[in-house]
Design a protein around this ligand. Structure first.
Ligand code: G3P
Ligand code: MG
Length: 346
């Protein structure tokens, strides 16, 4: 990707700090920007009393589109240029698993978008629930493919196809059907859907791109998300197989995501701001105590620099309640948050 050099790089010289933004509930709600978010972006891009431009990245648990497409959307919504070089979504780290698994079941998201993402990551044979229903329409008794889904789904020879891993890339649009298919894979013999295991311990591993039980949308109350699907699949597995299912979640609050964010930030500071050194402090703005604040605080304990958690009141966290994981600072919204961070650095 091409990165436009800043016209006035000298403005960055004194910034030994950087910012990391969660998206839903901090910058966006229900596909629309939170009003203060646009102003906050201007503020950190030079429109502040000190004339400084602060490096920043985005770390969202959301997903379902290529990083490129999501950055184009964000650029429009926030009225700034957002590059994939400063963006991590829940499934971004999954790209590092593409050389471990050839044939994978990819679940979630709109239409074919997640298949496109997974193929872009290098997974060779990406199967969707739609492919399985197309080949065996009675897999999900009450879910019929739409004409578009039928057209886009592929023919798979279920006798010969071995699903080596299951990845939930984005929120399911059809919980019942997707859960049925995930469970069929989990209780299969070595990932062959047409063969059922007698011991229920031969199924492929199941990965979720994050574990948020709740997330912030345009509705006044938080909505259930992928973490809820995870809990549900685990409970169903226990009911059917009579044993616990161990699944793996990426995203925040996992330390791997924060390590990935550190690498991304360091590269971004270098490429876009000519800063070679890792910023001494990274301010992380989040709305979900369980993922944003917990992850930032935990990472702060092991990171070589300071990670400073700021909780905003525009998303999952409800003003007046005690957050389950205490942030270093609580701000009304992201604009107040960035002002606080910039002031703290002066
Ligand atoms: O599905 C996305 C949601 O769970 C959280 O997104 O941006 O708040 O990490 P975000
Ligand atoms: Mg959020």
């Amino acid at each position: 990707q091409s990165i436009t050099p800043l016209s006035t790089p000298s403005m960055d010289i004194n910034t030994d700090f950087a910012l990391a933004f969660d998206i839903d509930g901090v910058l966006m709600r229900g596909g629309k920007p939170i009003p203060e978010a646009i102003e906050a972006m201007k503020y950190i891009n030079g429109e502040n009393p000190y004339g400084i431009r602060v490096p920043y990245i985005f770390v969202t648990n959301g997903g379902g589109k290529t990083e490129q497409e999501r950055c184009q959307d964000l650029s429009q919504q926030l009225e700034i240029d957002v590059s994939p070089g400063q963006f991590i979504c829940g499934h971004t780290p999954m790209r590092e698993m593409a050389d471990q698994y050839d044939t994978v079941l990819v679940v979630g998201g709109e239409g074919e978008k997640c298949r496109v993402v997974a193929e872009g990551y290098g997974f060779k044979n990406v199967i969707t629930p739609g492919d399985i229903i197309k080949t065996r329409h009675d897999t999900t008794p009450f879910r019929k493919l739409t004409d578009d889904e039928f057209r886009d789904s592929r023919i798979v020879d279920l006798d010969k196809t071995q699903i080596q891993a299951i990845f939930v890339f984005a929120d399911s649009r059809d919980w019942a059907g997707d859960q049925q298919i995930i469970l069929d894979c989990l209780v299969s013999k070595n990932g062959y859907l047409n063969q059922r295991s007698e011991t229920f311990n031969e199924g492929p591993p199941l990965f979720f791109s994050h574990n948020d039980i709740l997330w912030s949308t345009s509705h006044e109350h938080s909505r259930i998300g992928m973490g809820a699907l995870r809990a549900s699949v685990e409970a169903l597995y226990k009911a059917i197989a009579e044993k616990d299912l161990e699944t793996i979640a990426f995203g925040k609050p996992q330390m791997g995501t924060f390590k990935f964010a550190t690498r991304l930030l360091q590269e971004w500071c270098q490429k876009s701001h000519g800063i070679d050194k890792l910023p001494s402090t990274v301010y992380f703005f989040g709305d979900t105590p369980e993922s944003d604040i917990r992850g930032t605080n935990d990472f702060d304990k092991v990171a070589e620099n300071e990670w400073f958690s700021i909780l905003v009141k525009t998303g999952v966290y409800q003003d007046g309640t005690d957050p389950r994981f205490a942030p270093k600072e609580i701000c009304d919204n992201v604009l107040d948050g960035v002002k606080f961070a910039v002031e703290r650095e002066q």
